[in-house]
Design a protein around this ligand. Structure first.
Ligand code: HEC
Length: 142
């Protein structure tokens, strides 16, 4: 009988400990942007057009590298992903007349991660985008 109570107490303590660990882990994932996760979102959804090094294809797919829209204010950049983009506009001396589909089907986390990735790679060095930033823009346009 003593043993059974002992085992139950240990199971209960272990449950509480692991419960906290898991909760903390989940919370971190949803609040902190992860460029590593962003890299895999980029490979899956963006690389085919904007290229591995973010240099795009002149006059067809705009470069993300050194692009003012990518490294500038977060709000308009988040809108590009949630609403898509329709030219014409210029980056450097090249004109883009195409269109990009909206990526609003991606989660706030995926969008925050991929935008953090493109803002901190390809020689870009801008601040991170958090899931809360994405959520705020999503709420304002829904
Ligand atoms: C099928 C090709 C394609 C894919 C895939 C794609 N894009 Fe684009 N993207 C474009 C085109 C074309 C434009 C320019 C559209 C226009 O002329 O308005 C663009 C524009 C952009 C812009 C705005 C650039 C500027 O100067 O305004 C950003 C930022 C961007 N894309 C990021 C992404 C991200 C991040 C992903 C992945 C989640 C992605 N794109 C996936 C083709 C693509």
């Amino acid at each position: 009988m003593r043993n059974i109570i002992g085992i139950l107490v240990i199971m209960l303590l272990a449950g509480i400990t692991f419960g906290f660990v898991e909760k903390d882990g989940k919370q971190n994932m949803s609040t902190l942007p992860s460029p590593e996760e962003g890299s895999s979102v980029y490979k899956r959804h963006c690389l085919s057009c904007h290229q591995t090094d973010g240099s795009g294809v002149p006059s067809l797919y705009p470069p993300l590298k050194g692009n003012e829209r990518v490294i500038g204010e977060k709000g308009p950049l988040i809108e590009v992903l949630l609403l898509g983009s329709k030219g014409p506009f210029s980056v450097d001396k090249d004109k883009y007349m195409g269109a990009m589909a909206a990526y609003k089907f991606l989660s706030d986390e995926d969008i925050a991660n991929v935008l953090t990735y493109i803002r901190t790679n390809f020689t870009n060095n801008a601040s991170a985008v958090s899931p809360v930033d994405v959520q705020e823009v999503r709420n304002s346009i829904d």
